[in-house]
Design a binder for this molecule. Structure first.
Ligand code: SF4
Length: 75
């Protein structure tokens, strides 16, 4: 699983950080989210999916997530 942030979309709501604090954080200077763990293991899958769902502007991009189709994929 690979996680990235579309910083052009991100508006710093930090919902994603609440959902997946081990994987994502918000830069206090830029006000944008950034990835702490770029390739999180399967133990973070549900947290990352929740982060992607909770982002109001769909700026959390997840590649190679589970087969449940809940996570939007890059491209
Ligand atoms: S929830 Fe979305 S808009 Fe908010 S900080 Fe995370 S990526 Fe950015």
């Amino acid at each position: 699983m690979r996680v990235s942030i579309d910083v052009g979309k991100c508006t710093g709501y930090a919902n994603c950080v609440v959902a997946a604090p081990e994987v994502l954080d918000v830069d206090e200077v830029t006000g944008k989210a950034f990835v702490v763990l770029e390739n999180p293991g399967p133990e973070y899958e549900s947290a990352v999916e929740e982060a992607a769902r909770s982002c109001p502007v769909e700026a959390v991009i997840v590649d190679g997530a589970g087969a449940d189709g809940l996570v939007q994929r890059d491209g």
